[in-house]
Design a protein around this ligand. Sequence first.
Ligand code: CA
Length: 229
Amino acid sequence: MARRILIIEDESHIVRTVRLYLEKAGFEVAWASDGTQGLAAFRRTRPALVLLDLNLPGDLDGLDVCRKLRAESSVPIIMLTARSEETDKLIGLELGADDYITKPFSPREVTARVRTVLRRAAQPQGAPEMLEVADIRLNPESRVVTVGGREVPLTRTEFDLLAALMQSPGRVFSRAQLLEHALRTPFYEGYERTVDQHIKNLRQKIEPNPRSPHYILTVRGVGYKITDA
Ligand code: CA
């Protein structure tokens, strides 16, 4: 059975191209052009994944829709955002979106991200798999990390932070998300510094040149990501 993707987006030319690529990749595509219709279509079509535009016409914007979807489902959500919506993007991730793609994007990129997010969502809980980004390898079971084949001893916190980043290469994590997901600490004002310090320590251990990081990059005003490049 073809897996269904729901696109909630008002710009029909975007929908047309993305749809074409997704269908070519074997997905079935449903489309809604505003938030209210999007929620109705979600309930009706039960998609495997939702591509959600942030800037929607009508009563519900993308963030409202994201919040409502999360309240009733754990369906993977990829947000489609414009470059100027940096803050919204961050809020979206905190509301539980799985990933975001910045416009303008290539339809090929969308198809690739859809596949990645679906693969991640399909992973059975409790069956951790080996993570690999560039020449970093992380074994969640033995908790061993190697960089270029050399074992690097990390503290528990550093390991958990690195694992969180490596699970989604390219995804930007806010400090609050890293605190909650990796460190299992609720977010308090001022705790950002804690994350910064752990990242700094981690860089000292894994980066060839910690002053000019190659793996863990700072995304100004947002947080951190790990890169494959
Ligand atoms: Ca729009």
